[in-house]
Ligand binder design. Sequence first.
Ligand code: TEU
Ligand code: CA
Length: 551
Amino acid sequence: MQQQPWWKTSVVYQIYPRSFMDSNGDGIGDIPGIISKLDYLQDLGIDVIWLSPVYDSPNDDNGYDIRDYRAIHKEFGTMADLEQLIEEAKKRGIRIVMDLVVNHTSDEHAWFTESKSSPDSPYRDYYIWKQGNPPNNWGSVFSGSAWERTEEDWHYLHLFSKKQPDLNWRSEALRKDVYDMMTYWLDKGIGGFRMDVINFISKHEDLPDGIVHEGSHYGDGSPYFMNGPVIHTYLQEMNEKVLKHYDILTVGEMPGATTDDAILYTKEDRHELNMVFTFEHMDLDSGPGGKWNYKDLYLPDLKRNFEKWQLALEHEGWNSLYWNNHDQPRIVSRFGNDEAYRVHSAKMLALVLHGLKGTPYIYQGEEIGMTNIQLPDISHYKDIETLNMYNERLAAGEEPESIMKRIYVKGRDNARTPMQWTPQGGFTTGTPWLAQNPNTASINAEQAVNDPDSIFAFYKELIALRKKEAILTEGDFTLLLPDDEELFIYKRSYQGTEWYVLANFSQTTRTVAHEELPLPSTQHVIGNTKLKTSAHGIELGPYDAVIVECT
Ligand code: TEU
Ligand code: CA
């Protein structure tokens, strides 16, 4: 096997610092808390931590609104704490990848206060300003207009909250400041960057109106800012000036990127990024009008989507693999079954994802099968996207109960409840900033690490397998039975070896006839069960999942 870059054989674990571990009882997770859990992560076997933002921030969007890129948010600790985290992680063979949020800053960032102070400010063109009426009809991702008016009758663009003004990447001075800041962090010894909505940084020069979809007041500007006109030039410049000088992992978060885009972003000889986060598989349970108009997943859509990404990036570029992050509902509650089959279906989902080619990402709590939460009413929720959506729909006349249902299914706070360490919670000795899920009594890390049949133990096995078996990182992908609405079956092949990954996404037992899926003699590799075969065929019980090698 030819030597692979380390990020192709790594497994990444995402930490959302606010909700991971609180060391001082103020109810907010912090860096010393993370350090205290490094042994747990080493035991799990991960290679990389992606740390959601820990920079100084007024916290309008939990740190994705940065006030100072070179300072640590007080609630999380100090720069010395962060340096200690990098060092302690390194001792355990773990690299720290930082979040890079440079599509926008906080409106409290010094660049913005300078920029806002006068049209003649040298920082004016660090942001996107227009005098008079808003230049177009774009809506913000977090509801309302994407333009905010100042007292002086100017508007600035904010694709997210109005406390997150968009940076103007056309400014060469801005780009240089960003590259210097990245260098500052890389020189501290971090392992790379996860780049927040990095495919939004190149806006169409004319800022044209977007189409107004049914049920919306605002225009959809995405065709004019996603994968925009000079995005590749910026990323190649960033690579040339910064990235290529370090041995690091880079992953771009990219809503609206197609497989064709992803090849351009990740093909090695183009010198941009290592991989991207696609949103396509996460949008399959959204109806027209976006995520809040949820619908059931149709399994063949998911299979076809994975197939598309696996094949497109098979020989050029590279995939990242994920089910969860801090913006998505919990996968076991979403595509699995968080009641009678919680443990079994969580393992099934893990196996399907970790059987693919790419770099897998695990989001905190996924490894113990944490679930969505339903809090009694909106007053318990913290997420700005959720709160803005609630207020917008309420004003439009929707009933609170109906809005709450959407939040229960799709709200981002589902992913942000405190990590469940012990039957009592174990996250904080104080009052957590967001409610602890009451099911911590039965779903917690303490239980999981001591149970050889736990979801945690299963993730450990999957991670260890990836380290050992080149077929997982190298093998080709073939989707089988594409139209089956309950079974997800695919084959990986590498140098004459064939692995079959078989999973049942349903609560019914399914038999697949030998003629339909002829498996020669099989050998068990890993599974939440052993493969059951009869004279008729193979049998997959509810949420069964298994990998077998065929010879
Ligand atoms: O998310 C980008 C993004 O598009 C999200 O708004 C996502 O689509 C949404 O949560 C799904 O409804 C990134 C960060 O991951 C997110 O936490 C930030 O709020 C956002 O950028 C702004 O920085
Ligand atoms: Ca704390």
